[in-house]
Design a protein. Structure first.
Length: 388
């Protein structure tokens, strides 16, 4: 008996419920927000390719950081000529130092990860190549640290493993990620919602302009009693006229002839009601903040954080560019330094940065007027070694 009930339950068609008012209600609400997926291709496309604020922020950081030269020290002595300096200056036959460094710094901003491959000859690195972050995959070892990296392109995979002497031919730079042990968190991912808002506002504004800045509305049919609905022929003719003659830029501004009890009712809010400009500028400031670029440098209005452009530019270099360049110098020291000898150290040459000229001149003037310091103490305070 129980088996018969179970068979009947399985054969019974499931109930289906639907509301006749559901479609109407859905038209009156904004619905669920759709955000950009958090994969490299989507972030690069929506955040870098389509968004001018993020694009400019990434370019500013990458170009500025790539322009910072490196100094090489052996102990406390500065070396002006060395194979390591020559390798960094000419990383490979096809690219210059700026090309490789810009790709690395830009990859950090877009993906949160940057990869550089070293090609060795006779046990010494001879060429350096920047690898696309979306093509590289870390292979963790038993201890949890990456023991190899797999590079995928064109349906082929190449494993870049640790060599016999312990040298790993791939340098992996990553930004801090709180919930990932092997990959970094990019500023674009942190600003993804602001980027989506900024892009959506631009797309909405473009659609509005294509329609002669007239928001959409509803055609309400008020027919005679007994004929409250349009016939199929009337409906199709009205739809064809709207699609072919009234939509798009060519149909902008054309009057719409309403007949047979049709009435036009605007439904959307105006740009003033939505506070379009203020919302877009707020999203742009969030994007700039995620990258560490003062909004004033990007031409975003409403930013009163810095007194002038010079102060904003100095903050950009001190708080964003120089720490990034110093991080690159430290990573290259740890990775390539032992391949050329012991005691080698790369450091950024802040004195060669034009944006810091005024700050440096003020420091020198203060040290020159400090009568309680001797010459060597002044040189040490300025970042120079003790004079011979």
């Amino acid at each position: 008996m129980f088996e018969r009930f179970r068979r009947r339950a399985r054969m019974r068609a499931p109930e289906g419920k639907a509301s006749a008012a559901g479609p109407v209600i859905a038209l009156q609400h904004g619905g669920r927000a759709r955000w950009t997926p958090r994969d490299y291709a989507s972030l690069a496309r929506e955040g870098f390719v389509k968004n001018p604020v993020a694009y400019r922020a990434v370019r500013m950081i990458a170009e500025a950081a790539a322009s910072v030269p490196f100094l090489l020290y052996e102990g406390d002595a500065e070396l002006t000529q060395h194979p390591l300096l020559e390798l960094i200056a000419t990383p490979n036959p096809a690219e210059t130092r700026s090309d490789v460094m810009e790709r690395l710094y830009a990859g950090l901003q877009i993906a949160g990860n940057a990869y550089m491959e070293a090609v060795r000859l006779d046990g010494v690195p001879r060429e350096l190549f920047a690898l696309r972050a979306d093509r590289v995959r870390a292979v963790p070892g038993r201890d949890g640290w990456p023991e190899a990296y797999v590079y995928s392109a064109g349906g082929r995979e190449v494993s870049l493993k640790r060599e016999a002497d312990g040298f790993l031919p791939v340098l992996h730079l990553k930004l801090f990620h709180p919930v990932d042990d092997h990959y970094g968190l990019s500023p674009i991912e942190a600003a993804a919602q602001a980027i989506d808002l900024h892009n959506a506002m631009a797309a909405w504004n473009k659609a509005l302009l294509d329609n002669a800045a007239r928001p959409s509305g509803a055609l309400v049919y008020r027919g005679s009693p007994g004929a409250e609905a349009l016939s199929d022929e009337q409906y199709q003719r009205l739809r064809d006229e709207l699609d072919q003659q009234r939509s798009g830029p060519r149909g902008a501004g054309r009057p719409l002839l309403l007949e047979g009890g049709l009435e036009w009712r605007p439904m959307s809010l105006t740009p003033q009601d939505m506070d379009f400009d203020a919302g877009r500028n707020a999203a742009a400031r969030d994007i700039a903040m995620a990258f560490g670029v003062p909004p004033m440098l990007l031409g975003i209005p409403g930013d009163a954080t810095y007194a002038n452009y010079g102060a904003a530019n100095l903050a950009f270099w001190r708080q964003t560019v120089l720490p990034l360049a110093a991080r690159m110098a430290a990573a290259l020291t740890r990775w390539l330094g032992p391949q050329f000898g012991s005691g080698l150290r790369l450091a950024v040459d802040a004195d060669a940065v034009p944006a810091l000229t005024e700050e440096r001149a003020n420091l020198w003037a203060q040290l020159e007027s400090a009568t309680f310091l001797d010459r060597d103490e002044k040189r040490a305070a300025a970042g120079y070694g003790v004079s011979a």
